[in-house]
Design a binder for this molecule. Structure first.
Ligand SMILES: [Zn+2]
Length: 384
């Protein structure tokens, strides 16, 4: 048995001072504290002094990093991406597609399904795992497509959704869709019936349409404010629905570029500590120098950390640990609140039970943070 000790732990719902985390066979058997429990003689104790223990981060919207794009990387290349992710505290993620020719998308989905089924692992101690696929497109609004190529946008039908679903062998866990498109409500209902998290986004919807999508089964919103009809105080639109509907969780790109820090603060106040989710929307350029990178079929220019294509923002170079630290700067949220938005909240939003928390029975996926939120070490499946 392995026992980890540190100065603090975030479950993340609770803070534990002088915690002891008991790990057996890759899973947490108990979370306690020094005052409450003795360390058994046969256990090996690792004391990480002034560190903070938190659940491994879960990124439900990412397109790549360290030069690799998830739609283009081979199975042999993915472990490199997975190892890099752990250096930023991520232990689980949703590889996310962009609109591309359907054949290419299906080929990528088959490869990603292989990765999710464990065929891309090197059995390395520190590899983040792809947990499910996020389909960002092709069912997006032409008006709010961002950089998704217009020629690859498709009107939603259950038949096309099913074709993608089959290619992904049922591993689609999240679908971003513009609810105002003809056929969207049927696809929303079908996707949520299959337990995919339906997320409204890349949308020009007016408020009643966005609300109808929630009735049809949508329960999340994708990169709030970006690629959405803007909030107007007399015409609140989709953003008005996202900020006010307590049945919706929602995510945001907190890099300070996609959304102004003050508006990130407004978002956090509106969604609260229970419903706000951090994502990176990272591209292959994350963790790499400025230059030219691919985002699926899209060419992205990166200059001073800003990713653009045809002058429009095209994903980010954000990492989850940076997003966590950023919101502690942008708002009055402390590190525990910020950790929650990167762990338990995305897991719950995406229907990943048991993930994103440190509790008896959960897998020992743990990030070791400095008191200011820098990643010192990431533990996957209890392997230190
Ligand atoms: Zn994206």
């Amino acid at each position: 048995m392995l026992v980890l000790s540190a100065s603090r732990l975030y479950t993340p719902l609770e803070e534990v001072r002088n915690p002891l985390v008991f790990i057996e066979d890759g899973f947490i058997s108990k979370v306690s504290s020094r005052g409450q429990t003795e360390v058994p003689n046969n256990a090996s104790l690792i004391d990480i002094a002034d560190a903070v223990l938190a659940p491994g981060f879960v990124d439900i919207h990412m397109h790549g990093g360290t030069g690799l794009d998830v739609m283009r990387a081979s199975l042999a290349e993915l472990p490199r991406l997975n190892r890099w992710l752990t250096t930023h505290g991520v232990t689980g993620y949703f590889p996310t597609t962009v609109a591309a020719p359907l054949d290419q998308t299906c080929a990528a989905l088959e490869r990603l399904a292989d990765a999710i089924e464990g065929k891309a692992t090197e059995g390395n101690a520190s590899e983040a795992r792809p947990l499910g696929i996020h389909l960002e497109g092709p069912f997006l609004s032409h008006k709010r497509r961002g950089v998704h190529p217009p020629e690859y946008l498709v009107e939603p039908t259950v038949a096309i959704f099913d074709r993608l679903w089959q290619a992904a062998r049922g591993h689609v866990r999240m679908l971003t869709i513009a609810p105002e498109l003809p056929g969207a409500m049927e696809v929303i209902a079908e996707a949520s019936r299959r337990n995919a998290c339906v997320s409204i986004g890349h949308s020009d919807a007016e408020l009643p349409t966005a609300r109808a999508a929630v009735k049809a089964g949508a329960r999340h919103a994708t990169h709030t404010f970006n690629a959405m009809r803007p909030l107007d105080h007399r015409d609140p639109g989709i953003v008005g629905e996202v900020l006010t509907d307590q049945n919706l969780t929602a995510d945001i790109i907190a890099d300070g570029i996609h959304v102004a820090p003050e508006v990130v603060q407004l978002f956090l106040q509106a969604k609260g500590r229970e419903r706000a989710v951090l994502i990176t929307d990272a591209t292959a350029a994350a963790g790499m120098p400025d230059g030219t990178y691919q985002l699926g079929p899209i060419k992205v220019e990166v200059k001073e950390g800003k990713c653009t294509a045809d002058g429009k923002l095209a994903g980010s170079v954000l990492t989850m640990d940076r997003a966590v630290r950023n919101i502690t700067q942008f708002s009055d949220w402390n590190l525990q609140d910020a950790v929650r938005a990167a762990t338990l909240n995305p897991s719950r939003a995406a229907g990943l039970a048991q993930l994103g928390q440190l509790a008896s029975g959960s897998e020992a996926n743990i990030v070791v943070l400095s008191p200011s939120g820098e990643v010192r070490q990431t533990i996957v499946h209890g392997r230190v």
